[in-house]
Design a protein around this ligand. Structure first.
Ligand SMILES: N[C@@H](CCC(=O)N[C@@H](CS)C(=O)NCC(=O)O)C(=O)O
Length: 343
């Protein structure tokens, strides 16, 4: 039995190696314009933000964070290695135009999926990787405990974000007044709160929780309990490259599917002998599936082995900030994460 499995493995490995030698690697088989550029350049250009836990350079200048790990997973999907990816931060206002003009191949910067961005601006979105909602961060000494108490307040929002419209909608809906202050630069946005130029700032709550840790006196500020909106955050790409979109889609799905099966970076090798044909296909032990897709049979294996499954990515980056999984749990645990099938 064991001998038979070893033999089967050897045959599969030979088939996979032959496939790799005779066809091109992932993406290049049916590459579109973005993938062509990525392959010529030898790196993926990713636009990001600067929020601890989600995307921030560490003390060695190496980018770390939840979204950064999805960038590394994409690098593995395209090049088989996690480091062929360049992360560059830009303001929320700049980054969608920069994506449109080809300066970035993908945004992993907490972009919310909206109908306007899809229909009017022509962007495509991968799967939601973080279900978020817009929050409000206020100075504690204002004595405010809920958003409705902010009648008459001056509230900062970052230009180019969904926060601008959401906060206006919220105050209109609740019949209260506020004075909007729109600020592009992230540093100035935070300074406006610290200097008292605004009473509160509003952004994705993920952003506010992370940025609060960078304030001089974090304990002087409180995140109000309301969420003004739904902010499903997803990878964003420019329209016109279906192959690139699918690679982004299925790279994210692979991390979720692995978690659904309980496959982690630590135990993935123990699944190579799985009797489940779906897992055999997923991990490339049955290489025919990935070959039909034009992918390296080991692409999903390499992603999980290197960056881990969705839950590992979440725990590694967001647990230290105190984030619970909440909506970002698997559907089997009462959350919203669900991978379409790998078949
Ligand atoms: N999700 C909102 C907001 C996007 C956003 O501003 N994201 C934060 C990070 S979650 C950001 O980039 N902040 C500026 C920065 O980090 O420099 C949108 O798509 O408009």
């Amino acid at each position: 039995m064991i001998v038979q499995k070893i033999f089967q493995r050897a045959v599969k490995a030979t088939v996979a190696a032959t496939f790799l030698a005779t066809t091109m690697l992932s993406g290049t088989a049916h590459a579109g314009p973005t993938l062509d550029k990525i392959n010529q350049r030898g790196t993926i250009k990713v636009g990001v933000g600067t929020t601890p836990g989600f995307f921030a350079p560490d003390s060695d200048g190496k980018w770390q964070g939840f979204f950064i790990d999805f960038g590394r997973a994409l690098s593995i999907a395209v090049f088989g290695t996690p480091d062929k990816v360049e992360f560059t931060s830009s303001s929320p206002q700049q980054r969608l135009p920069a994506l449109q003009s080809g300066e970035f191949d993908v945004l992993l910067s907490g972009v919310t999926v909206t109908a306007t961005r899809a229909f009017k601006l022509g962007f495509h979105f991968g799967p939601t990787v973080f279900y978020d909602g817009q929050g409000i961060l206020v100075r504690k000494d204002l004595g405010v405990t809920k958003a409705a108490d902010l009648d008459g307040a001056t509230i900062g929002a970052q230009s180019g974000t969904t926060g601008e419209l959401n906060v206006a909608d919220f105050f209109r809906k609740t019949g209260k007044n506020f004075t909007p202050v729109t600020i592009e630069d992230t540093g100035q946005f935070i300074d406006a709160l610290e200097s008292g130029r605004v009473d509160a700032i509003t952004q994705d709550s993920s952003d506010l929780v992370g940025k609060r840790t960078q304030l001089k006196n974090p304990d002087d500020y409180v995140l109000l309990p309301e969420r003004l909106s739904k902010e499903p955050l997803a990878p964003a790409i420019a329209g016109g490259d279906d192959r690139w979109l699918e690679l982004v889609n299925w790279t994210v799905n692979a991390t979720i599917q692995a978690e659904e099966w309980g496959i982690t970076s630590a135990n993935v090798d123990t699944f190579l002998d799985s009797d489940d044909p779906a897992i055999q296909r997923f991990l490339g032990e049955d290489p025919s599936f990935a070959q039909e897709l034009g992918l390296d049979p080991k692409w999903a294996y390499n992603i999980i082995k290197t960056v881990g499954n969705y839950g590992e990515i979440y725990e590694r980056n967001l647990k230290p900030l105190g984030w619970e999984r909440g909506y970002n749990s698997l559907w089997t645990d009462g959350g919203l994460l669900y991978s379409p099938p790998f078949r």
